[in-house]
Write a protein that binds this ligand. Structure first.
Ligand code: HEC
Length: 101
């Protein structure tokens, strides 16, 4: 049985496994590609808002699955061809994190 703290540790370990250069690319992708539907500040457009407030309380694993496989029947496309599971989880945690700018 995985304890919640263990899941948190594994999630952090997953994020650490992504090179800083790749993290910068992913961040760029979120603004450019995700932003084209969700808005440059993630406050929504064609897609719903994916700000930390809008996603508060959501499970990063669930969000990573949505990012990887999209939402069938909606404009949300699957990103699996472009992202690994660890990268999708990194983006999910990035979306959940309060940005400081
Ligand atoms: C072509 C438009 C489009 C692009 C590009 C797009 N999305 Fe979406 N996304 C949507 C739509 C539309 C929905 C809402 C689907 C629904 O009605 O449930 C959605 C839903 C989501 C959700 C679920 C939100 C929730 O509250 O359940 C997440 C998370 C998400 N998108 C993340 C991303 C990320 C990360 C990217 C970039 C890698 C991205 N999206 C790119 C259109 C897009």
């Amino acid at each position: 049985m995985a304890e919640p703290w263990l899941i948190a540790v594994l999630a952090v370990a997953g994020a650490v496994g992504i090179a800083p250069e790749r993290q910068a690319q992913l961040e760029h992708m979120v603004v450019q590609d995700c932003g084209s539907c969700h808005g440059l500040t993630m406050k929504g457009g064609l897609g719903r808002p994916i700000t930390p407030e809008a996603l508060a309380g959501r499970d990063p694993q669930t969000l990573a699955a949505i990012i990887l496989d999209g939402v069938p029947g909606t404009a949300m496309p699957p990103w699996r061809p472009l992202l690994t599971e660890a990268e999708a989880l990194w983006i999910a945690e990035y979306l959940l994190k309060e940005k400081t700018e």
